[in-house]
Design a protein around this ligand. Structure first.
Ligand SMILES: Cc1cc2nc3c(=O)[nH]c(=O)nc-3n(C[C@H](O)[C@H](O)[C@H](O)COP(=O)(O)O)c2cc1C
Length: 348
């Protein structure tokens, strides 16, 4: 029985948002968001891997309020959690990306806007009072692609994330079952004629696109440590370790399992962010302990906007931030810099 979509008072954690969203969203929209690739093995691993990591708290630490601030690409974030790029927010809520941007701003979070936005970038920039980044899918039309990131830069977007793990979409059986397609009433203005591109995207494109803007360029979707090294040679400003939320190539490892290998090879040369399965403050703490500078959340934001528009997005971010603060107090870690490997339980 669908409940009142705007009543958020009964939602106390991110899993509650998913349950409520399932009851309220159209089946088409819910299956699209929930879908992992193929047998959804990686989708499950993204969560299971976090749950399998145990914590090792320190008691009686001399701390008052935990300090979750960090500095990234020259500005300060109040806490290390960003909104991952996800497509088609107007499918989830009538205000679409505007609701997401307003919710992000209310929660003082950086919002990475997808190439598949159903709202023009100008309109999003108009309502956002917190930093925006732009996620790019490189199109066959390279001139259009270049102009798009230059447009984002001129609108004040603070970074570009080029997604590199999606030369084609993964096997999405849930989408096939609901015959997923964007309703005629909606459009994604920067992804006219989506689908497989004819011209392969290579490291040369990353180099070229990097030279087209003066804001940091990150690559999103790195799993192989050799690719991380290659990305640094190309001169990117940051790396996002991601398996696309388990939506592309099934049976790749959980991102939290991959993270330490990439951190080791990158050796502090650029900041590393990660996403995939973050649902609890303790997940954020674990990712930071293993070397992530910050994390991003995808599906919970889709469920947040579906449940309550801007207020839903803000509540998702606030719950995660407050859970992170509790985890820091309970593990005795006053600042993000204090969250290192010793906070993880290491059996003798
Ligand atoms: C509904 C949905 C749409 C997505 N669309 C995009 C996209 O347009 N571009 C992109 O780079 N990643 C996209 N992603 C992947 C997310 O950016 C992110 O990597 C992933 O959702 C993180 O895992 P989580 O959902 O477990 O937090 C999408 C994910 C979902 C769930």
């Amino acid at each position: 029985m669908p409940t009142n979509p705007d009543d958020l008072s009964d939602l106390v954690n991110l899993f509650d948002f998913e349950k409520k969203a399932e009851a309220n969203m159209t089946r088409l929209a819910y299956e699209y968001v929930a879908s992992g690739a193929a047998d959804e093995v990686t989708l499950r691993w993204n969560r299971q891997a976090f749950d399998a990591i145990k914590l090792n708290p320190t008691v009686l630490a001399d701390m008052e309020k935990p300090d979750t601030r960090l500095s990234l690409f020259g500005y300060e974030l109040p806490y290390p959690i960003l909104i991952a790029p996800t497509a088609y927010h107007r499918l989830m809520h009538p205000e679409g990306e505007l609701a997401t941007a307003r919710g992000a701003s209310a929660a003082r979070a950086t919002y990475v806007v997808s190439s598949f936005t159903t709202t023009p970038l100008e309109e999003i920039a108009n309502v956002a009072s917190q930093p925006l980044w732009f996620q790019l899918y490189v199109r066959d039309d390279r001139e259009f692609t270049k102009e798009l990131i230059q447009k984002a830069e001129s609108l004040g977007f603070k970074a570009i994330c080029i997604t590199v793990d999606t030369p084609v979409g993964g096997v999405r059986n849930r989408e096939q079952r609901v015959d997923f397609g964007l309703p005629d009433t909606l459009n994604a203005p920067y992804m006219i004629a989506p689908g497989p591109q004819k011209k392969p995207v290579t490291w040369k494109d990353i180099e070229w696109l990097k030279s087209a803007v003066n804001i940091p360029v990150l690559v999103k979707g790195i799993l192989n440590p050799n690719d991380a090294v290659r990305a640094i040679q190309t001169g990117v400003s940051g790396i996002i370790v991601s398996n696309h939320g388990g939506r592309n190539l099934d049976t790749v490892p959980a991102t939290i399992d991959v993270l330490p290998y990439i951190v080791e090879r990158v050796a502090n040369r650029v900041p590393i962010l990660m996403d995939g399965g973050i649902r609890r403050g303790t997940d954020v703490l674990k990712a930071i302990a293993l070397g992530a500078k910050a994390v991003l959340v995808g599906k919970p934001i889709c469920y947040g906007v579906a449940c309550g528009g801007a207020a839903g997005v803000a509540k998702v971010m606030t719950i995660l931030k407050e859970e992170l603060e509790l985890a820091m107090i309970l593990t005795g870690r006053p600042t993000l810099a204090d969250i290192e490997k010793s906070v993880l339980w290491n059996p003798l």
